[in-house]
Design a protein around this ligand. Sequence first.
Ligand SMILES: [Zn+2]
Ligand SMILES: [Zn+2]
Length: 238
Amino acid sequence: MIGCDCEVCTSIDKKDNRLRASILVQSSTTTIVIDTTPDFRYQMLREKVKKIDAVLFTHPHKDHIAGLDDIRAFNFFQQSSINIYANTLTQEALKREFAYVFAEKKYPGIPEIDLCTIDKKPFTVGDITIVPVLVWHLHMPVLAFRFADFTYITDANKIEEEEKKKITGSKIIVLNALREKKHISHFNLQEAIEMVQQLQVPEAYFIHLSHQMGKHKEVEKILPAGMHLAYDGLELMC
Ligand SMILES: [Zn+2]
Ligand SMILES: [Zn+2]
């Protein structure tokens, strides 16, 4: 956190240096990014990503969309527009916050995107099938995504029973857990642990961690078996 001197923000353990929540999902032919955070440009540079086939958005909060402008580099090298999958709520925000991208007279060099509307119906990108799962971020609907045995959920503090069924059977879950103290729109650590236990997913990684969560090493020690704090650069094979 900017300006903070706490033990997490000043830690020399790389696992305590966290950028905003985003993941890259890749098969042998297809690459998808979930959310373009304010750190999107640096995340793409760090991981040396050369091509993306689509961006999936979870919800319209700024920390999940702000980096969209940097999609331009992929337009340039791929010589094509990029498909953006988002629900209508997120699309409204994109049109408002990136008005120049949707302008009738476009300035040259701006991002070139094609909006694809998604809701709760499964869809495919290349050879990857995606099952959206609706979760709640206080009163805001957020899309979580299941890819085969892997489910990714960010920015949630409630999941309805019907939607939980879509997660059942996953082998790995990524779930937001903001901190130990309760929060109005995010699961805290205890709630996230209980949700994983209820969903009976054997392997879990917590994301969207605030510096108030404490140091990676310390929190790892107290987590139940199969549960971990995620860290930037973590790679999982499914
Ligand atoms: Zn701090
Ligand atoms: Zn967020």
